[in-house]
Design a protein around this ligand. Structure first.
Ligand SMILES: [Zn+2]
Length: 153
């Protein structure tokens, strides 16, 4: 049980002011931090949702993996892989991530599914055409599928 620094009377730990003299008591910091976090979560319900965070992460991973693939394709002189991987990265970024940020989860979900399917097909096509680098598209197609799966859960 804490004591008031002003008058020395006992008070409850949760008290903000001393019940005897009205002196402002030292605020319990952990309690205040908890309140702050709570307020932040209430002000921004999107970031508070863990599924939304997952979607955002998968979308980011998708854009970076396809963007990375485009760069790798460029380094290997695989112009077809560069164009296709770059196009998928751009589509996920502009029609997936941006739409998702705008709250248009329906479009984002559709785009993620389409991007995943297209990436899988593009990867297969590139594999058959002899581009081993482009074939990685099949593997990274998992990322937009994960994003698609996490939206609207
Ligand atoms: Zn007091």
């Amino acid at each position: 049980m804490p004591f008031c620094s002003q008058c020395g009377s006992k008070h409850e730990e949760s008290n903000l002011f001393c019940p005897a003299c009205g002196h402002k008591l030292k605020v319990n910091t952990s309690l205040q931090e908890g309140k702050e976090v709570d307020t932040k979560f209430r002000q921004n319900p999107i970031s508070a949702s863990s599924t939304s965070g997952d979607t955002k992460m998968y979308l980011t991973v998708s854009v970076f993996t396809f963007g990375g693939l485009a760069i790798i394709s460029l380094l290997f002189g695989d112009s077809l892989g560069l164009v296709l991987s770059g196009a998928i990265a751009a589509v996920i970024y502009f029609f997936g991530m941006k739409k998702f940020d705008d709250g248009d989860t329906h479009t984002a979900k559709t785009v993620c599914l389409m991007a995943g399917i297209v990436a899988g097909l593009v990867g297969l096509f590139l594999l058959l055409s002899g581009s081993m680098v482009g074939a990685i598209n099949i593997l990274v197609a998992i990322a937009p599928f994960m994003a698609w799966n996490s939206i609207g859960k």
